[in-house]
Design a binder for this molecule. Structure first.
Ligand code: OGA
Ligand code: NI
Length: 376
């Protein structure tokens, strides 16, 4: 037993999961078989690709979430990743803690994460897709020029083959992430590779999530409600279910139905800003249950730390002005991580802090200053 229920896990009454969450009218399901047509893509969209692009556009616009099948990631690769994850979380706690994250290295095992200052009923293992990943040093308060650090993965000795399975999974899902990025570019009437440059020196990471059975599933959440901060998330979930997405049309929480050999895709805050609010990063959370443990594996596809995030120049003009001030991805990520790592009495940083204020107001481009400004 690693997690023991205590008051740190209790959600405020308005955020506790209510028992019946609808599965009807759930997020769109998209067949990615026409993806191979991207390779030949040059001029106008060929018919099969045109349909796919239209489906992705509608899903990003109406939900910010969709599921994909025929995605090209081999089943055997996914199954080896599941076996690695199950094997790791079945190890004795002291074995898992050998690769526990700390103030120096934020990668590895962790069982005490908060979302919006409430503890999540979960344990995780994080690793970066490209080593070393360069990010601003987490310790510092910001404001000045950040010191950079190089993140390297902490791989456990056990279970055997853990690292190999996950490196292979990372390569296959990263390839899918780039293809989805091309589709998203096409939905914005941009050249397919328009966004690729932001992912040189990327800070993407993969998280193994383990949600043990919870004695009080009506009081706690596996992950509290949040939006993913990066560009895209590609998530594999097992057959237990528990991911709830906030439906844009009416604000209801909708359970995402597990579909074998599929991935769940969601656009993160960065795509919301790039698209100048054409797409919205949807709020989501994980409900837990008292009977079955649940596993999931998200890939958070994130740009380089030095990328300045702002609405794409091609999408703004006098009639459609930019809705956001630009912000630095590394600093944003650092500020968010800090508030998830430590239980701080501050609201964590959100993109709406960069929404353009009324004309005449002075913009602040420092992420930390923005976070402080809204501290309650
Ligand atoms: C996350 C997340 C969903 C899930 O880790 O950011 O939203 O189903 N996970 O585990
Ligand atoms: Ni998430």
């Amino acid at each position: 037993m690693v997690l023991e229920f205590d008051p740190a896990f209790i959600q405020a009454p308005e955020h506790r999961p209510r028992p019946a969450v609808t599965e009807a009218g759930s997020i769109p399901l998209i067949d990615l078989s026409p993806l191979h047509l991207l390779e030949q893509h040059g001029g106008p969209l060929v018919a099969g690709l045109e349909v796919l692009v239209a489906q992705v556009e509608a899903a990003c616009r109406d939900w910010g979430f969709f599921q994909v099948i025929n995605h090209g990631v081999p089943l055997a690769v996914v199954e080896r990743a599941w076996a690695a994850s199950r094997g790791f979380f079945a190890l004795p706690p002291e074995e898992r803690r050998r690769v526990r994250r700390d103030e120096v290295n934020p990668l590895g095992y962790y069982e005490a994460e908060n979302t919006k200052n409430v503890r999540d009923w979960k344990e995780v293992f994080d690793f970066v897709v490209h080593e070393p990943a360069v990010i601003p040093s987490p310790g510092e308060a910001g404001g000045g020029v950040d010191r950079l650090i190089e993140l390297r993965n902490q791989w456990p000795q056990l279970p055997h083959g853990f690292r190999e399975a996950l490196v292979e999974y990372a390569q296959a899902t990263e390839e899918l992430a780039f293809k989805l990025l091309e589709l998203i570019s096409l939905t914005l009437s941009l050249p397919p590779k328009r966004l690729h440059g932001f992912f040189k020196d990327q800070t993407s990471f993969i998280r193994l999530n383990h949600y043990p059975p919870c004695p009080s599933p009506h009081l706690a959440l596996g992950v509290g409600r949040h939006k993913d901060a990066g560009a895209l998330t590609i998530l594999a979930q097992d057959d237990v279910g528990g991911l709830d997405v906030r439906r844009r049309s009416d604000g209801e929480w909708v359970r995402v139905k597990p579909i074998p050999n599929s991935f769940i895709i969601n656009v993160g805050d960065i795509v919301q800003v790039w698209s100048n609010d054409k797409y919205e990063s949807a709020e989501h959370r994980v409900s837990v249950n008292s009977e079955r443990e649940r596993f999931s594996i998200p890939l958070f596809f994130n740009p380089a730390h030095y990328v300045m995030v702002k609405p794409l120049a091609e999408l703004v003009d006098e009639k459609n002005p930019a809705n956001y001030e630009e912000y630095n991805w590394g600093e944003f990520f650092k500020t968010r991580k800090n508030s998830n790592f430590k239980k701080l009495d501050v609201e964590n940083i959100q993109i709406y802090h960069f929404k353009k204020a009324n004309v005449g107001q002075h913009p602040t481009t420092s992420v930390t200053a923005r976070a402080r400004r809204t501290t309650k």
